[in-house]
Structures are given as C-alpha cells and as structure tokens.
Design a protein around this ligand. Structure first.
Ligand code: HEC
Length: 159
C-alpha cells in the first residue's frame, strides 16, 4: 500500500509540530484579538449616527404616549452612544488631532447615554435637553475637524 507508506512520515511530522510548542513551553497564540476598524467614518455617520439622530428627533416632536416609543428612543440613543465608541477606534492618522478626536467621541457617548437614561425614565423635558446635548456633541466634533455638516435637534421648530 504505497499511499499509507507516504502518509506515515507526514503524520509523524504533524504530531511533532503539535507537541513541540508544549515541550518548549512557547505560547501557541501569537496574535491577541483586537478591535479593528473596517468602515470609514463617513459610513458610520450616514449609517448609524444620522439615522438614529433623526429617529430620536421624530420621537421627541411630541411627548411620546406609548411605552414602546420611549423604549425605541432609548435604543436609538444607545446606538448613538456606541457610535461614539466605534469612532474612537478609528482616530485620524496624524497624531496631534487624535486626543481631540477621542475627547469628541467620548462626549458623544456620554451625551447619548444621558439621553438614554432620560428616555428610560420617560422624562420628556430631560430627553429634549439631552438630545440638544447630543446635537452639540456632533457639531463640536464637526467644527473641530472642519466638517461642513451641522445637525439640528429640532429643525422644524421655531427658535
Ligand atoms: C468624533 C467626531 C465626530 C462626531 C462626534 C460626529 N461626527 Fe459626523 N462626521 C465626522 C467626520 C470626520 C465627518 C466627515 C466624514 C467624511 O466625509 O469622510 C462627518 C460627517 C458627517 C455627516 C456627513 C456625511 C456625508 O455624507 O458627507 C453627517 C450627516 C454626520 N457626520 C452626522 C453626525 C451626527 C448626527 C453626529 C452625532 C450624533 C455626528 N455626526 C457626530 C466626525 C464626527
């Protein structure tokens, strides 16, 4: 049986490879899992930040009556907060603006968590104030990084 004869040394080799690291007590895993950005910031803006921001704005036009609406708003706020986390794993390449990017990402997360809490409490006035805080966090980062886009919390309302 020539096939068996051919395979036998290969199998031995395989066993040797498996045993070797343990015998030398060398760690087997060389690469630790880590966060890696795969989308660009623009996609996060168009796919996550903006739709959730607008969604909250619609829900806050009038005081929500249904429990589900508050729950939905809370979910949207938490997704905005997670956008802050996602932004922080893709800071600009140049070193100098990185700190400011991280600060703005953190501000967005915190403002959105405040909104999520107010929505969890079904507190209409607090939610509106917190939502304006989220808009400020968006705009502060845009101003710092010369992004032309300005977001408005309640675009249809008179100021
Ligand atoms: C940490 C910084 C930062 C924060 C916070 C931030 N953005 Fe942005 N945003 C950017 C950058 C950078 C761009 C430009 C992306 C590009 O064109 O590559 C951008 C672009 C945009 C755009 C335009 C996208 C396009 O198609 O050109 C919109 C809309 C937007 N952001 C919405 C928001 C909203 C809504 C929030 C808050 C909920 C927010 N952003 C928070 C950095 C930020």
């Amino acid at each position: 049986m020539p096939r068996v004869r051919l395979l036998a040394p290969l199998m031995l080799l395989g066993t040797a490879c498996l045993v070797a690291p343990i015998a030398q007590s060398v760690p087997v895993a060389t690469k630790a899992p880590k966060l890696e950005p795969v989308a660009d910031a623009k996609l996060l803006m168009n796919g996550l930040a903006e739709p959730n921001f607008k969604g909250v704005g619609k829900l806050l036009k009038d005081r929500p009556k249904e429990s589900e609406a508050w729950e939905f708003m809370r979910g949207r706020a938490l997704l905005i907060a997670e956008t802050g986390n996602l932004l922080m794993i893709r800071p600009p390449k140049a070193r100098e603006p990185q700190d400011s990017w991280m600060t703005h990402g953190t501000e967005l997360r915190e403002a959105a968590v405040t909104l999520a809490r107010a929505a969890g409490d079904k507190d209409y006035l607090k939610s509106r104030a917190a939502f304006a805080g989220v808009a400020n966090a968006c705009n502060r980062c845009h101003r710092t990084f010369n992004v032309a886009s300005r977001v408005e919390p309640f675009p249809d309302e008179e100021k």
